[in-house]
Design a protein around this ligand. Sequence first.
Ligand SMILES: N[C@@H](CCC(=O)N[C@@H](CS)C(=O)NCC(=O)O)C(=O)O
Length: 203
Amino acid sequence: MSQSLTFYTNPQSRGQIVRWMLEEVGAPYETVLLDYSTTMKGPDYLAINPMGKVPAIKHGDAVVSECAAICAYLADAFPQAGLAPAPADRADYYRWMFFAAGPVEAAFSNKAMGWEAPPERQVMMGYGSFDRAIAAIETAIKGKAYIAGDKFSAADVFVGSILDFMINFKLLEPSAIVTDYVAPLRERAAYQRAKEIDAALAG
Ligand SMILES: N[C@@H](CCC(=O)N[C@@H](CS)C(=O)NCC(=O)O)C(=O)O
């Protein structure tokens, strides 16, 4: 018998990344909707994610939080979906997923707050500057449909979502390189299903 799969989210959150991944995986899952100020900070959910943040998943007894970790976990837990390269071919897959989850996330968060390190301090910042971080991502996607090898993977769900998010929140004016990469991802049936589900839940 397959293990239960529960998705903890709020439709207006980074949970949209995991919703897209879940729709790509295609396995049945139950959604638990949480409210920012009440249920997300209640003891039941803090036992799932002590940060009191969404998203998180529970798969059988395994709990995973952090969007990138959830995407990578689901790709491995459901190999039949074909969303992770073979272990020997995961250099770009790990590299760019971790880069987007760490340095790029920090770069856009700081930008959203209106802050950037002065040039002489950028040597200390994991992302250097916002523009440097985006330029690095562009080297990985230039002229390519997928960021890791020649097949769509969880890395495209995560990196594509981060780019999509920055564009939607007007933190990034997309270059032709970024547009050429993101536009076909937005056409995917699973992406569109996920967005429709969250839009309907957000009301
Ligand atoms: N690093 C986390 C970030 C999760 C996060 O910040 N979620 C926000 C919504 S987008 C949240 O739950 N905020 C509620 C709070 O901090 O109280 C991830 O990638 O999953």
